[in-house]
Design a protein around this ligand. Structure first.
Ligand code: AMP
Length: 113
């Protein structure tokens, strides 16, 4: 069965896709928590960071490089942004298909809630 994000990648569920390459794509979060809130999502499903293996290393690195590029394009690299991966219940993971949240455009509190 496809994940929600696979259905978005396959254009079965509409979403605002702001970036795409062979390995990943990026969408506007449907419930933004900051002026910029983008999700960077691998096309090959890694369920969550807590289950990632050595085989996922290059893909995980690629997601972070893409997150940095998207942040620069959005003009939030200078002011600052956060890249977040929620892994598991206590972290608030709701979609079991790993994704990197890019959050920026406002000061972000630390520590996070
Ligand atoms: P997480 O809670 O870390 O698993 O993040 C899942 C994120 O996906 C949340 O920030 C949701 O707002 C977002 N989300 C859920 N459904 C959609 C959708 N159809 N399009 C875009 N973002 C979505």
């Amino acid at each position: 069965m496809k994940t929600l994000f696979q259905k978005i990648a396959d254009r079965e569920i509409p979403s605002k896709i702001v970036f795409e390459d062979d390995l990943c794509f990026a969408i506007e979060d449907i419930n933004p928590q900051a002026p910029t809130h983008i999700l960077v999502i691998p096309k090959r499903v890694i369920t969550r960071l807590g289950g990632a293996t050595d085989d996922d290393a290059a893909l995980l690195g690629h997601l972070l490089v893409c997150a940095g590029k998207i942040a620069r394009e959005r003009g939030i690299a200078e002011t600052g942004f956060r890249a977040v991966i929620n892994s598991g219940k206590d972290a608030g993971e709701t979609v079991p298909h790993l994704h990197v949240h890019i959050l920026g455009g406002r000061p972000l509190a630390w520590p996070p809630g």
